[in-house]
Design a binder for this molecule. Structure first.
Ligand SMILES: *[C@@H]1O[C@H](CO)[C@@H](O)[C@H](O)[C@H]1NC(C)=O
Ligand SMILES: *[C@@H]1O[C@H](CO)[C@@H](O)[C@H](O)[C@H]1NC(C)=O
Ligand SMILES: *[C@@H]1O[C@H](CO)[C@@H](O)[C@H](O)[C@H]1NC(C)=O
Ligand SMILES: *[C@@H]1O[C@H](CO)[C@@H](O)[C@H](O)[C@H]1NC(C)=O
Ligand SMILES: *[C@@H]1O[C@H](CO)[C@@H](O)[C@H](O)[C@H]1NC(C)=O
Ligand SMILES: *[C@@H]1O[C@H](CO)[C@@H](O)[C@H](O)[C@H]1NC(C)=O
Ligand SMILES: *[C@@H]1O[C@H](CO)[C@@H](O)[C@H](O)[C@H]1NC(C)=O
Length: 356
């Protein structure tokens, strides 16, 4: 008899034996028909208290509460060594209820209230169900990879009923996208658009979902997104702008033909801030006009773009010619054409129509 193996008091063993022989139902075996009533399941959250109620009639001679085959209480006497199990203050004679405090998952199972009446034994069985809110126990660390790599993200969660896991992607541009369901998220041949925050959402309906995130950073070579040429007249300030997207951030270099330019030399200043670099001429001279190259580099690669610093006159002429072409091919209000032609002639002949 395993139940009373640890109990030295022979009297108790006798009671257990007696109870068992008379009417107790061994764990796992359905109660004998007519003798037992299955009450509704009792559902409690982990950490909460469970009250197991039992109604008895006044002719009862003996009562006991059992957890599976283990006696918790026999009458008013506590048998369980577990301090969480207490006998309620049963004010009515017909009530014999116990309370389990700080319920944990291993408490889940059948509990039996055994009643020995004068006539025949009876038992009430309740099934204790313990619920656990979904909680993430482990999630992949933030990760940095090169474009084209494969990435596996993991998110482990506990919960009763079992937690449902969903991944969502928040890209740097702020778009939200559902990605997949399940513990593992596999991203093959990752692209830079797939960088950003990945959110793991674990939920069961016990409480609000548990959410944790993983940052995925994707290295990619620079590409120049803005390279603006500029028209400036002699003696004015001139600025050439170059903008490159890259992870990690690109380093910039400026060249005029094959000659590298340095900050503070030859009357130029190089100002780089984030993804943008500027080549600044404080006082443009005739020799400054020409073809410049902006070179953007990071660990992933190198790229360049040419940017022209040109005089204001050329610019004006180009604009003028563009007007002429557009207007003439589309429709030609004679007055406008004449005006443009006049301006053009005046520019070519006298060089006086330039803005400077
Ligand atoms: C009690 O719980 C068990 C197991 O979780 C389930 O099979 C049974 O349908 C439930 N009974 C009631 C009355 O809710
Ligand atoms: C009920 O029995 C199970 C299995 O032996 C045990 O783990 C659990 O602690 C018991 N709970 C109570 C409240 O006695
Ligand atoms: C989380 O999972 C990783 C990978 O399986 C493992 O190395 C790590 O020890 C786990 N951390 C915890 C707190 O369980
Ligand atoms: C010519 O240069 C001046 C001074 O840099 C500038 O303000 C102006 O917009 C330029 N004109 C044209 C047509 O580019
Ligand atoms: C710009 O350079 C010219 C020629 O070197 C000089 O005459 C002029 O004073 C300079 N202007 C400014 C604003 O520094
Ligand atoms: C500027 O130089 C680059 C090569 O250094 C060349 O490909 C490009 O055509 C040049 N641009 C102009 C307008 O001359
Ligand atoms: C710019 O790129 C071209 C083609 O990749 C390369 O041939 C050239 O040398 C580069 N120019 C500079 C100044 O790095």
């Amino acid at each position: 008899m395993g139940i009373c193996g640890y109990l030295a008091v022979p009297g108790r063993c006798l009671v257990v034996l007696g109870l068992r022989l008379l009417f107790l139902v061994p764990a796992g075996v359905p109660a004998r028909s007519g003798d037992s009533v299955l009450k509704d399941n009792i559902t409690v959250r982990q950490g909460d208290s469970a009250v197991l109620k039992c109604n008895v009639d006044s002719k009862v001679s003996r009562v006991a509460w059992l957890n599976r085959t283990t006696i918790l209480f026999a009458g008013n006497e506590k048998w369980s060594l577990d301090p969480r199990v207490i006998l309620m203050e049963n004010t009515a004679v017909t009530e014999y209820s116990i309370k389990i405090q700080n319920v944990d998952v291993h408490d889940e199972g059948p509990y039996v209230c055994s009643i020995l009446t004068n006539r025949k034994p009876k038992s009430t069985k309740v099934h204790l169900i313990v619920q656990v809110p979904a909680r993430i126990t482990n999630i992949s660390k933030d990760i940095t990879v090169n474009e084209g790599s494969n990435v596996n993200l993991m998110c482990l969660a506990v919960g009763r009923p079992e937690a449902n896991i969903v991944w969502k992607h928040h890209s740097p541009r702020g778009t939200h996208k559902f990605v997949t369901e399940g513990e593992n998220l596999e991203l093959t041949a990752i692209t830079k658009e797939q960088s950003g925050t990945y959110e793991c959402i674990a939920s069961n309906d016990i409480s609000s979902p548990d959410v944790r995130t993983v940052e995925v950073t994707i290295n990619y070579p620079p590409f120049i997104s803005k390279a603006r040429s500029m028209g400036t007249s002699v003696g004015q300030k001139g600025v050439l702008q170059c903008e490159a997207s890259a992870v990690p951030r690109a380093d910039f270099e400026w060249y005029k033909e094959d000659r590298r330019l340095f900050n503070g030399l030859n009357g130029v200043k190089i100002e780089t801030q984030g993804k943008q670099s500027m080549l600044i001429f404080f006082n443009v001279s005739e020799e400054d006009y020409g073809n410049y190259t902006c070179v953007a580099t990071n660990i992933m690669g190198i790229t360049n773009a040419s940017i022209i610093l040109y005089g204001n006159k050329t610019n004006y002429l180009v604009i003028l010619m563009n007007f002429q072409i557009v207007d003439m091919t589309v429709y030609c209000p004679i007055l406008k054409c004449t005006l443009i032609l006049l301006l053009f002639l005046c520019h070519v002949l006298f060089n006086i129509c330039t803005i400077s």
